[in-house]
Structure formats: C-alpha cells, structure tokens
Design a protein around this ligand. Structure first.
Ligand code: G3P
Ligand code: MG
Length: 276
C-alpha cells in the first residue's frame, strides 16, 4: 500500500487522537547490540543476547517473524536455511517443531544447544536482564496484520514494555497496523534511505525515531529529526571511526554486531551513557 494511503488509514482509524507515552529519545541506550552480540555468537539467540549484556550493552535489537501456526519467533530470515540446521520456510513449521531446531551450530560447535527462540522467551530474558530493546518486525511480504497482532499481544502482557521496547519495521503497513492496536507503543520507522515524506509519516505514526542505513544519514536529516523531536539511529556499524562525525553531529544511537568495539572505548562508553 502506498505511504500516503497508510497515512490516511492511520489518521482515519486513530479513534481518540491520544498520543502514545513514548520514551524520550535520550532515554534509550545508544549502543545497541544488533541481533545480540552477533559478531561473537549466533544472531538472534538467547546466547547472543546474554553475551551482549555481559559485554556491557544495555540495549539489544532483534527480528521477529511468524511461523505457520502464528507463533512469533526471533529470526531475521523467512526461512530456516541460513541460521539453523534445517531448511525451508518458517511458514512451513509451527511451535511444536522448535525443539528439533539447532540455531547455533552454523556459527560454532560451542553453540549447538541454542534454540530458535520464541518472542516470549526473548521478552522474558530482556526482563530478567533489565535490557532495553528494539523489536524489528519482519513480515516477509505477508499482508500486514497478523504479525502486528502477535507483537501487540506479547507486549500488552508486560507492563514494562512501553518503557523499554521500541518497535520498528521496514514494512510500514505493519507499523500502521501495530499503531492501531497499540496506541502507546514506541515506534521507529526503518528506511534504507529516507523517503521524501519521512517527516510526515513519522508524525502520522507518532514514531519516536527514524532508523536508517548509516551511509544514508546526513546533517539535514539529523537536523530535521531534532526539530521534530525524533531520535535518529543507524545500522549496522561495526567500525566506530565510520560514524564519529555523525556522533558529534547529534546521532542518538547505532546498531552494531560488536558492542565491545564501542563500549570498551571511554569516549563511546560515555556517549552511550548519555542515552538511557
Ligand atoms: O533494525 C536495524 C537493522 O536490523 C535493520 O536491518 O536486515 O539487519 O534487520 P536488518
Ligand atoms: Mg533487524
């Protein structure tokens, strides 16, 4: 659906006009472990999230997809092929198949016991570790609705979620669907590069942030976002030198597979602390 229609759909279905209680951009940790500490552990597993916390990260990013039976799992791809010992689409399996899946051996023999985690298991770990998180919805070209409904239901069961989790997606129809279901959920709009109407779209969604490829961010976008009261975060940055200029220009956060490359440096650690 074209972005203008999404905007109109959201505006016409926003019953109360009430604005969500979104966290302030400066309340979120700035160094965010992308798919967990995915440079050192298998991405999107509990091991990767635990390691991120051990390395000092206070926020993680993870991807959420649906299985065929509607179970929300933490997986970047729409298939099992790249990151598990099985093959085929996620849509072909269900919750009962998860115990047979090894999501760690592809990365290293020491991770052979890692599960393909459910969203529930990851939210429980986030709560236990006291982390903040960016939950990224991956719709894999499915029609918007079921994924947003599963995410909204999981977040609604946790009274801490609206303070510690921001939900993003490249699928802007899915974000609009989530906004209708969860008026208080902090949202971030993902772009590889900002669309011409990005400011209007963030305003219509009452998104707290824009998330961009770090090579697509410039001072004009940073300044406009600041004027609008939105945070700006960039993915995926594994070389601190590549974003030093953006940091000094007012960047609010970054996603990295190697959080220790940032957090072991006093300057970057101090920048991270100026967040949450
Ligand atoms: O959410 C930031 C980043 O994860 C977006 O890209 O493909 O790594 O999910 P991707
Ligand atoms: Mg992601």
């Amino acid at each position: 659906m074209p972005e203008p229609e999404l905007l109109a759909m959201h505006q016409s279905t926003s019953a109360t006009g009430a604005r969500p209680d979104t966290p302030r951009p400066d309340a979120f940790a700035r160094v965010i472990a992308h798919r967990g500490a995915s440079g050192s552990a298998p991405e999107n597993t509990l091991a990767a999230f635990r390691l991120a916390a051990e390395l000092g990260a206070r926020a993680i990013e993870f991807d959420v997809s649906l299985l065929g039976d509607g179970t929300a799992v933490v997986c970047h791809d729409g298939t099992l092929d790249r990151c598990t010992n099985r093959a085929g689409p996620l849509a072909a399996i269900g919750l009962r198949d998860l115990p047979g899946i090894d999501a760690g051996s592809w990365f290293g023999a020491g991770f052979a016991r890692e599960a393909l985690p459910t969203l529930e298991a990851v939210l429980d770990l986030i709560e236990a570790l006291g982390l903040q998180a960016n939950l990224e919805m991956k719709a894999h070209d499915a029609a918007p609705g079921p994924l947003a409904a599963a995410v909204a239901a999981a977040l609604a069961r946790r009274d801490w979620a609206a303070r510690r989790i921001t939900v993003s997606s490249f699928d802007h129809g899915e974000l609009a669907a989530l906004r209708r279901l969860a008026p208080r959920c902090p949202l971030a709009v993902l772009y590889e590069a900002p669309a011409p109407d990005w400011r209007e779209f963030l305003a219509a969604l009452d998104a707290e942030a824009i998330h961009l490829d770090h090579t697509a961010l410039d001072a004009a976008v940073l300044d406009a976002a600041r004027r609008d009261g939105r945070a700006v975060r960039v993915y995926t940055v594994n070389d601190p030198a590549a974003v030093l200029g953006l940091r000094d220009a007012g960047l609010d956060g970054l996603f990295t597979d190697h959080p220790s490359r940032f957090l072991s440096d006093p300057g970057w650690a101090a920048w991270d602390r100026r967040g949450g």
